[in-house]
Design a protein around this ligand. Structure first.
Ligand SMILES: [Zn+2]
Length: 406
């Protein structure tokens, strides 16, 4: 039987109702998880399965980064690519992220002046990679002196504000979106520019009435909708209009936390930055989790770190990619631990919660029978105990070892 074996580990953190199993065995059959048991039992029950011994290591689900810009914006920001090589560079960036233990992505396609490709082109370019990638078709509004708008439907062609609320474009966006990413920018974004270049970053782009209609349009297509939003006014507008997912939600206050929790609104926190105001602090993320909001942490990569916040270790403004997911999550994960959270619940923020958000709830993000065998063998619990990707010894996707460090 192909892809059938037992892996023994000192500790298996399943992020499922099984919880943590010490001296455990992960049983893989045909690329799926068949069970998680104590090691002795596994050898007794499955005597014919080949066994690999990692008794000094930890096994957890592989990670999921549910808010990224790796194919459209990153290649040209990082490398001197052309139209001919952009998609190859995008695949390379994804493989690099895979080396950091991430096998699931929520990728935004926003429209970009230098990128000629459609969402279908991007999907086709990466479909052979050993990754689960959900795409969000979005529009984007950048806070230059004269606002710049793009959409995934109109690609490199700039559009007017009026086009952002056109039914023809919105129906297509809803149709092409796999999951509620940042489908709209409620506030103009600074993108990766410095303040002086984007004086209108933060400005609200939509009226509440416009947003309400767009939310109804997405819902009428059976699609959830997510928005890029920060600051009290924008968050109120999103909560008033039935938006399903708040991306960033920087500056969310206590009253809004309660409302979001009551309405089942999910939050994708981006502690690295991404909007015009200070990103989610460890304290903020603790509040989100305590309020009962389904919270994910994502990188929004590639992004320059928000300057001068004490939970980020970076001294310069160089662009950070998915390889920092563990590092930017650690302060929040430790804060949760100090407040008595179980390690399985803490690890959810970068595994099962984002997996659910991108539509993989029953496939990946947890180690339990029937799920895909997407897991990592590490020197510690990602985020809580390790932040350096080099400490991830191997990455498995559908039971196959796709990354291996000696
Ligand atoms: Zn983003």
């Amino acid at each position: 039987m192909e892809n059938t074996y037992i892996v023994l580990a000192g500790k298996i953190v399943t992020v499922s109702e099984i919880g943590t199993v010490l001296n455990g065995a992960l049983i893989v059959q045909n690329g799926k998880i068949a069970g998680v048991l104590e090691g002795d039992l596994a050898k007794k029950f499955f005597p014919s399965f080949p066994t690999f011994d990692f008794s000094d290591k930890v096994i957890t689900p592989s990670m999921v980064d549910c808010h990224t810009h790796l194919l459209e914006f990153a290649p040209g920001s990082l490398y001197p690519i052309t139209e001919e090589t952009q998609l190859h560079a995008g695949s390379f960036i994804l493989v690099k992220a895979l080396m950091s233990g991430i096998t699931g992505f929520g990728e935004q396609i926003c429209g970009h002046p230098q990128s000629l490709y459609s969402i279908t082109d991007y999907k086709n370019a990466v479909k052979e990679l050993p990754l689960d990638i959900a795409f969000a078709a979005t529009s984007i509004s950048i806070g230059f002196k004269s606002l710049a708008h793009f959409t995934s439907i109109t690609k490199s062609q700039p559009v007017e504000k009026e086009d952002l609320i056109r039914a023809r474009i919105l129906f297509k966006m809803a149709g092409e979106s796999d999951y509620p990413g940042e489908n709209l920018f409620l506030n103009a974004t600074p993108a990766n520019f410095t303040k002086d270049v984007v004086p209108r970053a933060g400005e609200l782009i939509y009226s509440e009435g416009e947003l309400k209609d767009i939310v109804r349009l997405f819902h009428s297509q059976g699609k959830e909708i997510g928005v890029h939003v920060a600051g009290e006014k924008g968050i109120d507008m999103a909560l008033n209009t039935g938006v399903d997912v708040l991306h960033h939600a920087h500056g969310i206050n206590d009253r809004q936390l309660q409302r979001a929790a009551e309405n089942g609104v999910k939050v994708v926190a981006t502690p690295l930055g991404g909007t015009h105001i200070e990103p989610n602090s460890p304290e903020d993320i603790l509040q989100l989790v305590h309020a009962g909001i389904e919270t994910s942490i994502a990188t929004d990569a590639y992004l320059p770190p928000y300057p001068d916040v004490d939970w980020l270790p970076y001294k310069d403004q160089s662009l950070k990619g998915p390889e920092v997911l563990m590092e930017i999550s650690q302060p929040s994960m430790k804060k949760l631990q100090e407040n008595g959270c179980d390690e399985n619940d803490i690890l959810k923020l970068i595994t099962s919660n984002p997996a659910k958000l991108i539509g993989g709830e029953n496939k990946f993000g947890k180690l339990r029978p029937g799920m895909d065998a997407n897991f990592i063998i590490t020197e510690g619990i990602p985020g809580l105990e390790i932040t350096n990707p080099e400490k991830i010894k191997s990455v498995y996707y559908h039971g196959k070892c796709v990354i291996k460090r000696d």
